[in-house]
Design a protein around this ligand. Structure first.
Ligand SMILES: Cc1ncc(C[n+]2csc(CCOP(=O)(O)OP(=O)(O)O)c2C)c(N)n1
Ligand SMILES: [Mg+2]
Length: 623
C-alpha cells in the first residue's frame, strides 16, 4: 500500500474514484459508472459540478432537463448493457433531489443499477435552514433525501469527507452485485462536497468488481432434476433475469434438449426468438392464449429470473392444476422462494447449463410438444389479424400501428414502452427478433420512462435504431428529454399515438365500475364531467417545438412510409399518428385483480362487483 495522499475536495475525490471502477463478467471489462447526468443548483453546483469540470477527461457529463428523466435515461442505459455498466445522476438539494424518487423506485423495482448523488443540507448546520431545506421539527438529521431510503438498495449520507471511503466502496459493491442491485444513493451535504481532505492514493486505484455467476447448490440441483423428470406438463416462465444474465443461449439449449416450452413476462420477452417453436410469447393477464392455457394445466412451472408479479400470475388465478408445483431459478433467495417453490438460487445462465447437463436424454412427450406447437400456430393467426389493415388508406388502429412497425424494424431495433394500453398489446403481439429488442419497463410501469430511456439505450447502443412508443398521456407526462436528444445528436425515434386520453385506464375503469371517470382528455361539459369535445392540443407541433423532426401519418400507408423515413433519419424523429379507437387487440386471456367497490349506489359498479366476486373465487394460494 502506498502511503501517499492526494488533497482533493470530497466531490473531486468521488468523481476520480468513480472513474476508476470497472465491472467484469465473462472476461469483458466495462466502466461501472460510465457517465454522470446532472442538473445543477445549490447543493451540487460548486461541489460535484466543479469536480466534473476538473474531471471532464475521465467522467463524461450529460445535461438533462428533469431529474426523474435523468434516472430513467440511466436505467435504460444499464438495462441495455445487462447491468454491467451504469450511470450516475447528480442533483441540487430539495426539489431536484426529491424528483429522483420515482426514478429510484423504478430502478429498484426492476433491479437495475443507478447511482444517485443528491445534494443535502450543511453537515455543519452552519446556515440552517438553507433555501429548500426541510426542517423536521423533532428529527434534525432528517432531510428530504430520506425519502430515497425505501427506494434505494443502499443509502448513506456522507457527513464527513473520510466517510466517503467506505460509503463509495459499498455503493460499488451493491451496484455491481446481481442479487442486490438497484438504486444506490449517496446523499452529499453541500459543505462536505467542497471540503478538502488528504485522500490515500490507493482510493483512486483501478478496481474491478466481478459480476459473479453463482452455480446451483448440488442438493438443490438434484431435487430440481427430479422435479423436472417427474413433470408431464412443465412450463418455463422466463423473466428479466434471463436477459440480465445473458442466458438466452443457455435457455435455448435447455429448451432444444428437453422440449419444455417458454412463456415470458414483460421483462423476459425475447428470451427465445419469437419464431422458435417453443416460444409461446407472453404469459398472464396480457399473455397469449397458448401460454395461459398451458399455465392453467402445467404441473411444474419453472420460473427463471422472474419476480412473479400479479400480471404474471393473473393475480393468483393462473396456475390452476391442483398438483402444480414451482421450481424457481433465481439469483436472489427472495424471488426464488416465491410460490413455495423448490429453489435453485444461482445465476440464470449457469443454472440452466447445469440443468441441461444433469437432464441429458430427458425430453417431454411428443404429444405435449405437438399440442403447444398447434397453439402457437393459432396465436400467430391472431397476431396477423390484429396487425393487418384491410384498407391501407384508413386511419390505423393501435394494433395496426404495431403491425406497421413490425414491418419496418430489423432484428437489432430496440422498442421501448412502459405504460398505457401499449404494454398489453405489445406483450400479446410483438414478435421479438433479438434478446434486447423488447424493452418494456413493466415493473413500475412508469408513464414518462420511454423517451429518456431511449436516450440511455441509444448511448449504450450507438448505431442501433431505438424506438420510444408513447401514448398522448405519457407524452404529456415527460417530453422534456427530446431537447436532450437534440442536443446530444441522439437519433432516437418517437412513435406518438394520439387517442385523446387514457384509453387503457378508461377501459379498466369501465370494467371495474368507474364509468371511465376522469380518463379522457376532453373539455368539461355542462354537467361538470370531462365529456365534451377533445382538447385542441397539437402534440406533433409540441415535439417539433422541442427540436424533433416530425412526420404526421394519417393512414396506414403514410404510417409505414413515415416509420421507414424515421428509421433511416439521423436526427431524432417523431412519427405522430392519431388512431382509430375500434378495438382490434385480442382480449385478455386471464384476470387481473383491481378491487371493485363492495357497496355502490350506481349500477355499473354493482355489476362490476358481481363479476369481481366470481373471479376472486378462482384465486389460489400455492403452498
Ligand atoms: C407516472 C404514472 N402515473 C399514472 C399511471 C397510471 N396509468 C397507467 S396507464 C395510464 C394512461 C396512459 O395514457 P396514454 O399514454 O395516453 O396511453 P393509452 O392508455 O391511451 O394507451 C395511466 C394514467 C402510471 N402508470 N404512471
Ligand atoms: Mg392515450
Amino acid at each position: 500500500m502506498s502511503a501517499t495522499t492526494r488533497r482533493l475536495t470530497t466531490a473531486q475525490a468521488l468523481v476520480r474514484f468513480l472513474s476508476a471502477q470497472y465491472t467484469e463478467r465473462d472476461g469483458v471489462r466495462r466502466r461501472l459508472v460510465a457517465g454522470t447526468w446532472g442538473i445543477f443548483g445549490h447543493g451540487n453546483v460548486a461541489g460535484i459540478g466543479q469536480a466534473l469540470v476538473e474531471s471532464a477527461d475521465v467522467m463524461p457529463y450529460h445535461q438533462g432537463r428533469n431529474e426523474q428523466a435523468m434516472v430513467h435515461a440511466a436505467v435504460g442505459y444499464a438495462r441495455q448493457l445487462n447491468r454491467l455498466s451504469a450511470q450516475a445522476v447528480t442533483t441540487s438539494i430539495g426539489p431536484g433531489a426529491t424528483n429522483l424518487v420515482t426514478g429510484a423506485a423504478l430502478a429498484t423495482v426492476n433491479r437495475l443499477p443507478v447511482l444517485l448523488l443528491p445534494g443535502d443540507y450543511f453537515a455543519s448546520r452552519a446556515a440552517d435552514p438553507l433555501l429548500q431545506q426541510l426542517e423536521h421539527p423533532v428529527s434534525a438529521d432528517v432531510s428530504v433525501n430520506d425519502t430515497l431510503r425505501p427506494v434505494s438498495r443502499y443509502f448513506d449520507r456522507v457527513t464527513r469527507p473520510e466517510a466517503l471511503i467506505p460509503s463509495a466502496l459499498n455503493a460499488m459493491r451493491v451496484l455491481a452485485d446481481p442479487a442486490e442491485t438497484g438504486a444506490v444513493t449517496l446523499a452529499l451535504p453541500q459543505d462536505v462536497q467542497a471540503e478538502a481532505y488528504d485522500w490515500p492514493e490507493d482510493f483512486f486505484a483501478e478496481r474491478v468488481w466481478y459480476v459473479r455467476r453463482p452455480a446451483p447448490d448440488p442438493a438443490e440441483l438434484t431435487a430440481a432434476v427430479e422435479a423436472v423428470r417427474a413433470a408431464r406438463r412443465p412450463l418455463i416462465v422466463a423473466g428479466g433475469g434471463v436477459h440480465h444474465s445473458e442466458a438466452e443461449e443457455a435457455l435455448r439449449a435447455f429448451v432444444d434438449a428437453t422440449g419444455i416450452p417458454v412463456a415470458s413476462t414483460q421483462a423476459g420477452k425475447g428470451s427465445l426468438r419469437h419464431d422458435h417453436p417453443a416460444d409461446l410469447g407472453g404469459i398472464g393477464h396480457t399473455g397469449t392464449a397458448v401460454s395461459d392455457e398451458l399455465a392453467r394445466t402445467a404441473d411444474l412451472v419453472i420460473g427463471v429470473g422472474t419476480r412473479y408479479t400479479d400480471f404474471t400470475t393473473a393475480s393468483g388465478t393462473l396456475f390452476q392444476n391442483p398438483d402444480v408445483r414451482f421450481l424457481n431459478l433465481n439469483i436472489t433467495g427472495f424471488d426464488a422462494h416465491k410460490l413455495a417453490a423448490r429453489t435453485l438460487v444461482c445465476d440464470a445462465r449457469t443454472g440452466l447449463e447445469r440443468l441441461t447437463e444433469a437432464l441429458a436424454g430427458h425430453h417431454v412427450d411428443e404429444a405435449y410438444t405437438a399440442g403447444y406447437r398447434a397453439g402457437k400456430e393459432r396465436w400467430e393467426e391472431v397476431v396477423e389479424t390484429a396487425y393487418r389493415a384491410a384498407d391501407d388508406s384508413a386511419v390505423p388502429t393501435q394494433t395496426q400501428v404495431l403491425g406497421a412497425l413490425d414491418a419496418v424494424v430489423g432484428d437489432e431495433d430496440v422498442v421501448i414502452n412502459a405504460a398505457g394500453s401499449l404494454p398489453g398489446d405489445l406483450h400479446k403481439l410483438w414478435r421479438s427478433r433479438s434478446p434486447r429488442q423488447y424493452h418494456l419497463e413493466y415493473g413500475y410501469s412508469c408513464m414518462g420512462y420511454e423517451i429518456p430511456a431511449a436516450l440511455g439505450v441509444q448511448q449504450a447502443a450507438p448505431g442501433t435504431p431505438v424506438w420510444a412508443l408513447v401514448g398522448d398521456g405519457t407524452y404529456l407526462m415527460a417530453p422534456t428529454e427530446i431537447v436532450t436528444a437534440v442536443q446530444e445528436g441522439l437519433p432516437v425515434n418517437l412513435v406518438l399515438i394520439q387517442n385523446h386520453g387514457y384509453a387503457s385506464i378508461g377501459g379498466l375503469s369501465e370494467e371495474t365500475g368507474g364509468e371511465r371517470f376522469g380518463t379522457a382528455y376532453r373539455y368539461r361539459a355542462d354537467d361538470g364531467t370531462f365529456t365534451g369535445a377533445p382538447l385542441p392540443v397539437d402534440l406533433a407541433a409540441n415535439a417539433a417545438s422541442l427540436g424533433m423532426d416530425v412526420l404526421r401519418a394519417k393512414t396506414v400507408r403514410e404510417l409505414r412510409g413515415a416509420l421507414a423515413e424515421a428509421r433511416a433519419s439521423e436526427r431524432p424523429t417523431c412519427v405522430y399518428v392519431e388512431t382509430d379507437p375500434t378495438p382490434t387487440a385480442p382480449p385478455a386471456e386471464a384476470w387481473w385483480d383491481v378491487p371493485v367497490a363492495e357497496v355502490a349506489a350506481r349500477e355499473p359498479a354493482v355489476r362490476a362487483r358481481e363479476r369481481y366476486d366470481s373471479q376472486v373465487a378462482g384465486r389460489r394460494r400455492h403452498l
